[in-house]
Design a protein around this ligand. Structure first.
Ligand code: PMP
Length: 284
């Protein structure tokens, strides 16, 4: 039997249901997180929960839980579901109210939901790399909020899936922003580059771990906007996310990315990333 969190209760997953007038269901009026679990331990849990609080605050949802309470709840859920290798999905919506665009004026209780999923590491893709397509970034101007409104991301990912590709690399005109569910990195002459964390991208937790690993290991790194030309001329390209880790990109729109194979800097970062997982969660 599997369990889920509904508000502050851990209940049977099949019993976890929300009202049809939940604003998350009707408007996507909420935010979420996905936290990786390795060896039964959460990886970068604090970073994810801090971003969860920040995303909530930025749309005016006050979390009725402290980070310590959330951590405790998620730990309990993980134990009850005996999750060793997988993810915890966590979301909060503004709550249930008669359908109307403005925020309800009366106090409503935000709806918190969490559940777990068993997900292996994508070891094969990590070794061989993945293919991608390019697509115009048609999202709004607050991509820094990890909002439930993912329709533009879904359309981008669907386009990639229809082409048999793993990810869609989004760009605003000439400027590359991020993947539909990942951050994008290029390597040129030994320097790692990725879009600065502003309103046009999600500040990925994996991205931040990678930037930190670069700094600690004397790998030159720049957080700045790069163009489609720079992407095409890059020595190496990779993407990063909670579930995909440090994933080499070997093809973009049917053309080779770099020399069409996972590059040496990408490989080095994969190795450092695994060491960081093992430092926090034990040997893989
Ligand atoms: N950008 C977008 C749009 C995403 O959906 C994700 C994955 N949630 C990321 C970047 C990567 O973020 P993280 O490393 O925190 O998973």
């Amino acid at each position: 039997m599997k369990f889920a969190i509904l508000n502050s209760q851990i209940i049977e997953r099949s019993e976890a249901r929300v009202d049809v007038e939940d604003r998350g269901y009707q408007f996507g009026d909420g935010v979420y997180e996905v936290i990786r679990v390795y060896n039964g331990r959460m990886f970068t849990a604090n970073e994810h929960l801090n971003r969860f609080v920040k995303s909530s605050a930025s749309i005016g949802i006050t979390l009725p839980y402290t980070i310590e309470q959330l951590t405790q709840l998620l730990e309990e859920l993980k134990e009850k579901n005996n999750l060793q290798l997988g993810t915890i999905y966590l979301q909060i919506t503004r709550g249930v109210a008669p359908r109307n665009h403005p925020f309800p004026t009366e106090e409503i209780v935000p709806t918190l939901v969490a559940y777990t999923k068993e997900v292996g590491r994508p070891v094969e893709s990590l070794a061989t790399g993945v293919t991608t397509i390019l697509t115009e970034d048609i999202r709004w101007l607050r991509c820094d909020i990890k909002s439930l409104n993912l329709l533009a991301n879904l359309l981008a990912k669907q386009k990639a899936a229809e082409e048999g590709c793993f990810e869609a690399i989004q760009h605003r005109g000439q400027d590359v922003t991020e993947g539909s569910s990942s951050n994008i990195f290029i390597v040129k002459n030994g320097t790692v580059m990725t879009h600065q964390s502003d309103n046009l991208i999600l500040k990925g937790i994996t991205k931040d771990v990678i930037l930190d690993l670069c700094l600690k290991n004397n790998i030159r790194v720049q957080e700045r906007t790069f163009t489609l030309d720079e992407l095409a001329q890059a020595d190496e390209v990779f993407l990063a996310s909670t579930t995909a880790e440090v994933m080499p990109i070997i093809e973009i729109d049917g053309k080779k990315a770099g020399d069409g194979q996972p590059g040496p800097v990408t490989r080095k970062l994969q190795e450092l990333f695994v060491q960081e997982i093992e430092r926090q969660c034990g040997n893989l």
